[in-house]
Design a binder for this molecule. Structure first.
Ligand SMILES: [Fe+2]
Ligand SMILES: [Fe+2]
Length: 250
């Protein structure tokens, strides 16, 4: 099932909860003079995400399709969205562009923008500033900051399990760390904690998690505390499967 809700100032959360999935998958539409879609969802979600966007604006009007790292749920639908929105550009960090978007045979070649830390895309009322956050999950991981709503788009950081409401006010920090330990998506705590320090100093009022609900500024502190106090890095488990000879004994 896919639903769409406006969270704040023209930022819409499009959330899909696949049957039997432990996590939901959220895409974010920013309705502005130059509309943007932040992550696309997997290819199989394209029709549902498109239908949700159509309730707000014509998907052919999308100016930017933005991926925050190169993985199926972040960009699986990009070629179909790019085919529909003929003037759209695909935006990733410079590494995503160099490693994947420009070098593989994707249909979106020649329409790629690679961004570095601090660079901005102006949508009209919103200006999106890019933060390079390498090894917060992937080599090419990136986040986005929107000053006008004090919104952070952190991709897979601040995940919560299950089908959460559009905005959460509950402390799910321990559940987040437990999910990370079982999934094994972070190689090490250190690069993640450095980014946690950085984004905390930005004092976000909204943190639009890709999996789970959007965090308010108030509940955000309980998630950053959990990331500082609890282990969450890879310890031999990949999506709940223990790998032989990989478990690190403390
Ligand atoms: Fe991811
Ligand atoms: Fe994700």
């Amino acid at each position: 099932m896919t639903r769409i809700d406006e969270i704040v100032g023209g930022i819409y959360r499009i959330s899909t909860m696949p049957k039997d999935s432990p996590i939901s998958f959220n895409q974010f539409l920013i309705a502005d003079e130059h509309p943007a879609l932040i992550h696309t969802g997997m290819a199989a979600m394209y029709e549902d995400v498109c239908r949700a966007i159509r309730l707000v604006l014509d998907p052919a009007r999308l100016a930017y399709i933005i991926l925050l790292h190169f993985e199926g749920d972040e960009c699986g639908g990009m070629e179909r969205f790019m085919a529909q929105a003929r003037d759209a550009r695909i935006v990733g960090c410079e590494l995503s562009a160099a490693l994947n978007l420009n070098s593989f045979d994707f249909a979106c070649q020649n329409r790629v923008i690679g961004k570095r830390d601090g660079e901005v895309i102006d949508l009209g009322r919103h200006a999106l500033r890019f933060l390079e956050t390498p090894h917060v999950h992937h080599w090419d991981s990136m986040m986005i900051w929107d000053e006008s709503t004090r919104s952070l788009f952190p991709a897979d950081l601040f995940i919560q399990p299950g089908d959460q409401p559009p905005v959460i006010r509950e402390n799910l920090g321990s559940a987040m760390c437990e999910l990370y330990r079982h999934a094994g998506i972070f190689a090490h705590e250190e690069p993640v904690r450095r980014v946690v320090d950085r984004v905390e100093r930005m004092r976000p009022e909204w943190v639009h998690a890709m999996h789970g609900g959007t965090l308010t500024g108030q509940v955000f502190a309980s998630f950053t505390d959990a990331l500082r106090e609890q282990p969450f890095a890879f310890n031999g488990e990949l999506r709940g499967r223990v790998l032989a000879g990989q478990q690190v004994v403390a």
